[in-house]
Design a protein around this ligand. Sequence first.
Ligand code: CAA
Length: 257
Amino acid sequence: MAFSTLLVETRGKVGLITVNRPQALNALNSELLAEMNEALDGFDRDPSIGCIVITGSERAFAAGADIKEMASLTYPGTYIDDFFAGWDRVAARRKPMIAAVAGFALGGGCELAMMCDFIIAADTAKFGQPEIKLGVMPGIGGSQRLTRLIGRAKAMEMCLTGRMMDAEEAERSGLVARVVPAGSLLEEAMKTAETIASMSLPIAMMTKEAIHRADEVSLSEGIRFERRVFHAMFATRDQKEGMAAFVEKRKPDFKNS
Ligand code: CAA
């Protein structure tokens, strides 16, 4: 499948998507959104894929939604088309997804990174929600996900001033899981993705679902959900295999069943 805004490849059990609009610092336009969902649909359908990595270029993960495409939009038009709703499909993916971020991750770029399950950042990464400077606010989940990840004070400051946060501050604030040297970003992200993809896929997916549940429900409801899912795991062969392998001092051979 050929894409015009993305490079899409499979490396072993990892699906790799590289945002590829260098002329616009990887700005996210409608065509890219459609292609992103098409690429993710393909990885969802492929049972051999256990983890997905989304990355950009050295200069930009993505510098935001495409301002030139948005500039002339109208309120009735955005409302009728439910403009940006396609990003909800990206965020709702069930296989683990890692964002490998170098350079600018601004506006929709920061929001795309936050839709992934966690972010590994190069030491060159710069995060921001600068929409206010354009007379709008974050529109792909930034006001909600950033607040949950870094807390209200910092989210307010970021969204109201539009300032950028470097990788070190992003790690300190809980926005990113880990900062690595720019030269080894993809290697580190792929290594992490391979580790995840070597686990039982249904168990990894259930773990992801349980952690995301924490954003939606009370602590007691979340713990109840966790307990039910934990119990259900004993119905899988992979639980038997994982525990037998530990006892027998060997590597587990998960069958995703
Ligand atoms: N949309 C469309 N084109 C963009 C873009 C964007 N978000 N960001 C950069 N580009 C384009 C520039 O227009 C420029 O194209 P031309 O060469 O044709 O003029 C090209 O990419 C290179 O950009 P710059 O010349 O500006 O590069 P720079 O190094 O001087 O600056 C930058 C880099 C600070 C990231 C600057 O490009 C910038 O501020 N970009 C916009 C960032 C932004 O406001 N993002 C939020 C978008 S709105 C949004 O995302 C809404 C939402 O919540 C979904």
